[in-house]
Design a protein around this ligand. Structure first.
Ligand code: PEP
Length: 260
């Protein structure tokens, strides 16, 4: 029988938290999650707080760091950009690519998302690829076509081994920062579709092991039911990750019932 997929909970702080605020956050969050094991926990503060977070966490295996963005280029004359090597230097393990705020507010195309994803993979940063439909697309019944096209552009031509390094985050755009959450059934349906499509691209073994996170207004109250769906392997949490106690409750909701 296939091993159960380890749950994965990531907190995207967006443009919030200075480095001293991150230090205070970690003090509380580490205490609150002290007794929780066997969950992959990833904190994604702004670039400017990564150094402090990295110093505090040191080589700790339990809480990993992620970046909210990265340059598709390796180095050079790209003012204002941050490279994968700079992130690796701070022990960052993950990088968000294709977050809907980057697509919508900063004009990132599917092609740019792919370039960033490939750069991350080449640099041994694990990409968290965000995909999801807008409200208009869902109302027009196009959500699966959108998910398929975003996955295809980002992953086509990559080897099964490369695809197995990618964490997918299904984030319906209409649920991000809006207080609207997909129902567990809507999210499960999308996750199953994504897993099936990954199977077509990279084979069933990669698809069965892939971690597919749900993101969109997850709270301590909604987390447990979402996380109990068979194809929801974790959560990418924005607003609710800013409170260390509340976020620790979301992490606790991911612990399988038989381990509590
Ligand atoms: C996100 O930023 O990825 C996100 C899901 O935000 P929120 O939880 O605030 O909707």
């Amino acid at each position: 029988m296939a091993l159960p997929r380890k749950k994965f909970i990531a907190g995207n702080f967006k443009m919030n938290t200075t480095s001293s605020e991150v230090a205070a956050y970690l003090e509380v969050f580490r205490l609150e999650t002290d007794k929780i094991n066997d969950i992959d926990i990833v904190l994604i503060p702004p670039f400017t707080s990564l150094t402090k977070a990295s110093e505090i966490l040191g080589g700790a295996q339990k809480i990993r760091l992620g970046a909210q963005n990265l340059s598709p280029e390796a180095k050079g004359a790209y003012t204002g950009e941050i490279s994968a090597a700079m992130l690796r230097d701070l022990f960052v393990r993950y990088a968000l690519v294709g977050h809907s705020e980057r697509r919508r507010l900063f004009g990132e195309s599917d092609e740019m998302v792919r370039r960033k994803l490939v750069t991350a993979l080449k640099s041994e940063l694990r990409p968290i690829l965000c995909i999801g439909e807008t409200l208009e697309e869902r109302q027009a019944g196009q959500e699966k076509a959108i998910l398929e096209s975003q996955l295809r552009t980002a992953l086509e031509g990559l080897s099964a081994e490369e695809i197995s390094e990618v964490v997918i985050a299904y984030e319906p755009v209409w649920a991000i920062g809006t207080g609207l959450t997909a129902t567990p059934e809507q999210a499960q349906e999308a996750h199953l579709f994504i897993r099936d499509y990954l199977g077509k691209m990279a084979g069933t073994s990669v698809a069965n092991k892939a971690r597919i996170l749900y993101g969109g207004s997850v709270t301590p109250e909604t987390a447990r039911e979402l996380l109990s769906q068979p194809d929801i392997d974790g959560a990418l949490v924005g607003g609710a990750s800013l409170d260390p106690r509340g976020f620790a409750k979301i992490v606790a909701a991911a612990v399988p019932a038989d381990e509590k």
